[in-house]
Design a protein around this ligand. Structure first.
Ligand SMILES: Cc1cc2nc3c(=O)[nH]c(=O)nc-3n(C[C@H](O)[C@H](O)[C@H](O)COP(=O)(O)OP(=O)(O)OC[C@H]3O[C@@H](n4cnc5c(N)ncnc54)[C@H](O)[C@@H]3O)c2cc1C
Length: 507
């Protein structure tokens, strides 16, 4: 039986952005890491895959955290991490975060320039001009606090004490804001039902929950930083981010093993000691970090029933049905924005398939497609249960996917007339694809807070199992590439202290 010697300090299960970030920061401090990834490539939901000359983003394509100056605060985590690792990553600024296409001919692009965005909203809702300004100002206030505090672990008493002593007023203000919801805050200032729907889709577009269920603190990052640090797309596609993190890990002597699926976490006397792989090999370490979801970690990789996670403990976000298209470039008009969100009917925007997310990253980086072609990537929420009865590879499954995709493509023709005739390549993915490729229970986007729960109730990096830590979107602060990056930073900072290393929180 193969085994790695005890000299590996940390094993990371999975090379999602959370896991890679933790591994890279620990390795840079001289704490040896081994990342075990099931797939042949790194990045999980933030990876790229190639097909017939196209390079598609498997999931994420709206990126925060790449602001490139010191005055842009502490939320520019990607810039700070890559600078610390000495790894280059080129990005292209996107002038519009999302162009919304909503019922009743309501369309609004969210420009980098907040004045232009708020001006477009006020033009539609002149009677709510004051409320609009006040609501978005509240989000900016959260952003300004967060952007001035160093990133670190909320479980690290030393870190909390140092932040509290250095920034007492901001710490108290932030603590009070963690009890507030985005939607309830909006209702303090805004009455118009259609505008409140817009606030809902502003939350749903990234949180997959309505505004009332979305913590104000999360909204303060996503809906304010887009006008400060801005949205930046990595040259070469989303896979450039995990590639750069892997370069950082390897540069400092760490190891990433692909096609290495962990099937169980080895426990001794209730403590994590290592992992067992699908081929039976075992690896041991002082600390294990799981980048798998909370359900996969505790109900699959750990078989000890004492640690079982009750299905009712978290709301399970849906999975996705995705369409990856190679299209004739002439279908995308001049000036078309990269990211779009489409809602046909407010009655079902938050139901399975109700909201369409769209991106055409080749508008920013034409090298992702053959000359004269564009990429169209579109997806909607979907439940694994809607697809589980199909046998993989069967014609029934193929036909069901094709029929569902045809319906979505025809809905997208509202913003791209003639799309169905311009398709040259079509790749489809269901929740079953997500479950299989990403090892995510039911292909879920991850656990969500229940309405009314405080953001701090999200699990942190420590777990009920000694020496087992968690990173990724099952942990605080939640879903999104910049959020899981934060989870990697906080986990690395906590573990570094365990190893007696000092961690530069500001990176
Ligand atoms: C369709 C879609 C669109 C999105 N759009 C955006 C966006 O525009 N902007 C944004 O910021 N975020 C977006 N997100 C969310 C974001 O991509 C995720 O929240 C984030 O990438 C999750 O990172 P993670 O660290 O939790 O790991 P994951 O991405 O879940 O990766 C986990 C990795 O671990 C591996 N793994 C799991 N179990 C094992 C095991 N037992 N053994 C070995 N390897 C294992 C998996 O193969 C995978 O590579 C999107 C997500 C999806 C699905």
């Amino acid at each position: 039986m193969a085994s790695l010697n005890e000299s590996v300090d940390v094993i990371v299960i999975g090379s999602g952005i959370g896991g890679l970030t933790a591994a890279a920061l620990l390795q840079e401090l001289g704490i040896s890491t081994l990342v075990l990834e099931k797939n042949r490539f790194a990045g999980g939901s933030c990876s790229s895959f190639k097909r017939d000359g196209y390079s598609f983003d498997a999931g994420a394509s709206v990126f925060y955290g790449f602001a490139d100056n010191d005055s842009s605060g502490t939320l520019n985590l990607h810039t700070r991490i890559f600078r610390k690792l000495g790894v280059e990553i080129a990005t292209i600024p996107d002038p519009v975060q999302i162009h919304y296409h909503l019922p009743n001919d309501f369309a609004v692009p969210v420009y980098y320039d907040s004045k232009a965005f708020l001006g477009a909203l006020v033009a539609r809702f002149p009677h709510e001009a004051e409320g609009i300004v006040k609501f978005y100002r509240e989000l900016e206030e959260v952003y300004e606090i967060l952007n001035s505090l160093p990133a670190g672990s909320l479980e690290d008493v030393m870190h909390l004490a140092s932040v509290g002593i250095s920034f007492p007023a901001k710490t108290i203000a932030l603590a009070l804001k963690t009890f507030r919801s985005m939607g309830k805050t909006a209702r303090r200032y805004i009455r118009d039902e259609e505008l409140l729907r817009f606030i809902d889709i502003e939350a749903y577009a990234w949180a997959v929950q309505d505004a009332v269920s979305t913590p104000l603190v999360n909204a303060g990052i996503c809906l304010a930083d887009r006008h400060y640090g801005g949205i930046n797309y990595p040259l070469g596609g989303s896979g450039a981010i995990p590639r750069a993190l892997c370069n950082g890990i390897e540069k400092f002597g760490g190891t990433i093993r692909y096609q290495s699926e962990v099937t169980s976490i080895i426990l001794e006397n209730g403590e994590a000691r290592g992992v067992r792989l699908a081929d039976g090999s075992e690896y041991y370490a002082k600390v294990v970090i799981s980048n798998a979801t909370v359900w996969d970690t505790f109900n699959r990789l750990i078989t000890d029933s004492r640690f079982r996670v009750d299905e009712k403990r978290f709301l399970r976000a849906p999975s996705w049905f995705q369409i990856f298209l190679g299209v004739d470039a002439s279908i995308i008009p001049e000036g078309f924005h990269v990211h779009h969100v489409l809602v046909d009917d407010w009655q079902n925007y938050n139901q399975s398939g109700g909201t369409i997310y769209f991106s055409a990253p080749t508008i920013l980086d034409p090298s992702l497609a053959p000359s004269g072609k564009h990429i169209v990537h579109a997806f909607v929420t979907a439940e694994a249960e809607e697809w589980e009865h199909y046998e993989r590879g069967s014609s029934l499954y193929r036909n069901a996917k094709d029929a569902y995709a045809a319906g979505l493509i025809s809905r997208i023709e509202r913003i791209l007339p003639g799309l169905s005739k311009a398709i040259e390549l079509k790749v489809l993915a269901t929740p079953l694809t997500h479950e299989r490729y990403l090892n995510r229970y039911k292909g879920s986007y991850g656990p969500l807070l229940k309405p009314g729960q405080n953001i701090l109730q999200k699990p942190q990096n420590t777990t009920p199992v000694k020496n087992l830590f968690a990173v990724g979107d099952s942990t605080f602060p939640g879903q999104g590439v910049i959020a899981v990056t934060y989870s990697g930073v906080s986990c690395a900072s906590y573990i570094a202290r365990k190893f007696g290393k000092s961690f530069d929180y500001m990176l």
